[in-house]
Design a protein around this ligand. Sequence first.
Ligand code: NAD
Length: 355
Amino acid sequence: MAEFNIALIKGDGIGPEIVNGAVTVLDAVAKKFNHTFSYTDVLMGGCAIDATGVPLPQETIDICKKSDSVLLGAVGGPKWDSQPPANRPEKGLLGIRKALGLYSNLRPSILKPQLKAASPLKDEKLENGLDIMVVRELTGGIYFGKRERAEDGSWASDEERYSVEEVKRIGKIAFETAMLRNKKLVSVDKANVLESSRLWRKTITEMSAEYPEVTLTYMYVDNAAMQLAINPAQFDVIVTSNIFGDILSDLSSAIAGSIGMLPSASLGASKCGMYEPIHGSAPDIAGMDIANPIATIVSAAMMLEMSFGLIEEAKAINAAVDKVLDMDYRTTDIMSDGMKKVGCKEMAQLIADNI
Ligand code: NAD
């Protein structure tokens, strides 16, 4: 029997629906394995702007820091698009990652055999399956670099900057992740053009001596995007910068079927991580009970495994997801002929019932 405190950032749009779905499943896990999960709701994003005037209230940071981990839905939406750049919902996201020191983002893209029809790729490209882990640097690079804009509006710039230390700490996670998988690591950069990429590549190359079992190769980001589309099975682990990882992980998730299926884990030096689906707040379907909660539910499974060490419990969630898909239940985004369509709430309940 174990006890864990989980901070819930439900956020905006479909955020509350999908996080509630994950809580239904976590409660089923707690009951079956005799654990206690306590939840504290905190505000971030558009809902925080409405309630407090800022996207990331100090109270949210304090509660997240005291928690064993954070489960996040998604933030943002058209309602807050006119906010000044410094007060947009997404500022909350960048701020909480920085405040919790979450410098690495792990995004697995796995094509489940049941969902082959949902992938936009032709069957022959998926013959060898798809199981890619994108390791994205999360608190450096251009998203956190110096921003400038001419007073007369005639130019603007964003700085891409990496230190050796920043590359080393994400590199360590990538090499260690590769060691636990098929020992193939591709470092993605734009070293033919960017100085920061040349530093990235040199640092990763130097680190490879410590991991002789890992086969390290390099790809320019433009080629990596093309290779993901034409031969995704060649990839095992990809390590890359904040912006390249943002783009490539969305691409690898699309290949795996639906953005509504894929989880992510953001980790730093401590055990406390932040777990969230890779998709956004989907304002177009918010409040309609049609969102797919599986990405958030399997993000909760990653939390149990990576932050709480509850391996069997995480496996139970993943097995329940597979079982419900095998029973042909589908949300709208992964629906195909002959399947049984269910809403967000019902999908979560079905998974909880199969724990
Ligand atoms: P999005 O991921 O929210 O939606 C893209 C498309 O995928 C939409 O058609 C949406 O309906 C669909 N979709 C997303 N999640 C789904 C799910 N679980 N089930 C079924 N369909 C799903 O991306 P967007 O439209 O570019 O962004 C919407 C808002 O979300 C914006 O304000 C953006 O800034 C924000 N956003 C937040 C995060 C985050 O909180 N981590 C990430 C990305 C975007």
